[in-house]
Ligand binder design. Structure first.
Ligand code: NAD
Length: 313
């Protein structure tokens, strides 16, 4: 299968590297030239529980230089870059013959990714999903991922089809533990609840995840945000599981003590965060559904203030 990763940072490289190792024809598309040059020169350095090695044979391009129509394009930019990234390949994707197998899959965190993608891609070609695989960019051309994860996906139509099963099969064969999941929206909202609680709390306080339990307010605030987000999920008809999500948050606080969520890393590096796709989308949907979400909205406002101050300085 011909696969393109649109956004080849931590996750795009992890998935692209593993898919290439499993025999797929993979192209990495990114705008970070120094990172692309490092991969061109020395291969992708992939550090996982399977070993520390270099993956060669990847095609590495800026999106505007890509001329192929892949069978699968996986969207792995940060949510705030989706629009620009898709615009750079939209003409190519739009010109695909009607019978081309092309599918576009978003596995980004947060909500609103499918809506953003459907502005540029025929909705019949779209798949939505989530992943719990972790990855960090350890350096230019170097990705580190330890521990296990899974991938859940479904066509945007909500109906599993042969192409979705083929894609899930390819990801699974690469070791990514992938399934077509009719209940994918529950998994997406549970991850949003987890991120809305831990990412924004850590971004605002500067705490690593484990430091949130230095005072009881930390876990209590995280629990309150999870309860709010799951209430919104229920209000919009998604059967997300609050107790599973509360347990994941408690587990992370107890066991992933030194972990700095990406939103905290972004704040420390003075980069814009994914707050709008996480707390922002939840608060918007909560207002439409008439569900009170005071803690989620407070954290949204605080992260927006931090970002605005950084732009100002
Ligand atoms: P990242 O910042 O490491 O990678 C994003 C890449 O997108 C960067 O290399 C950047 O240069 C590239 N990019 C930016 N604008 C672009 C454009 N116009 N065209 C092409 N590429 C562009 O981020 P990540 O950690 O890989 O996360 C990607 C997505 O996956 C996010 O939505 C994130 O929340 C989600 N996610 C991350 C993890 C994780 O552990 N890192 C886990 C699950 C989900």
């Amino acid at each position: 299968m011909k696969i393109a990763m649109l956004g080849a940072g931590a996750m795009g490289c992890l998935f692209g590297g593993l898919l290439s190792e499993s025999g797929q024809d993979v192209t990495l598309l990114d705008v970070n030239d120094a990172h692309l040059d490092a991969i061109r020169a020395q291969g992708l350095r992939l550090e996982t529980d399977g070993g520390d090695r270099r993956v060669h044979g990847l095609t590495v391009l800026r999106p505007e230089h890509y001329r192929d129509v892949p069978d699968l394009l996986i969207l792995f930019t940060k949510s705030l870059h989706t629009e620009v990234a898709l615009r750079s390949v939209a003409a190519l994707l739009g010109a695909a013959p009607a019978d081309a197998p092309l599918r576009v899959l978003t596995l980004q965190n947060g909500l609103g990714n499918l809506e953003a993608a459907s502005r540029h891609v025929d909705p019949a070609r779209l798949l939505v999903g989530m992943t719990t695989w972790p990855a960090d960019l350890a350096g230019l051309g170097h990705v580190r991922s330890h521990g296990a994860g899974k991938v859940r996906l479904l066509p945007a139509s909500g109906e599993a089809d042969a192409q979705a099963r083929r894609i899930a099969g390819a990801l699974d064969a690469a070791g990514l533990q992938c399934e077509v999941d009719p209940n994918v929206w529950a998994a997406i909202w549970e991850k949003v609840a987890f991120n809305a609680a831990l990412n924004s709390l850590c971004a605002v306080t500067g705490c690593a995840v484990g430091q949130l339990d230095h005072v009881s307010d930390g876990p209590a605030l995280a629990r309150a945000v999870v309860a709010e987000v799951i209430a919104v999920a229920h209000a919009v008809g998604v059967d997300a599981d609050e107790s599973a999500c509360q347990s994941s948050v408690a587990y992370a606080i107890a066991h992933h003590r030194a972990h700095q969520p990406s939103m905290l890393q972004d704040v420390l590096a003075k980069r814009p965060t994914e707050i709008e796709a996480i707390n922002g989308e939840v608060v918007m949907r909560a207002r439409q559904a008439g569900v009170p979400v005071p803690n989620t909205a407070m954290l949204l406002g605080l992260v927006r203030l931090i970002q605005a101050r950084q732009l100002d300085s």
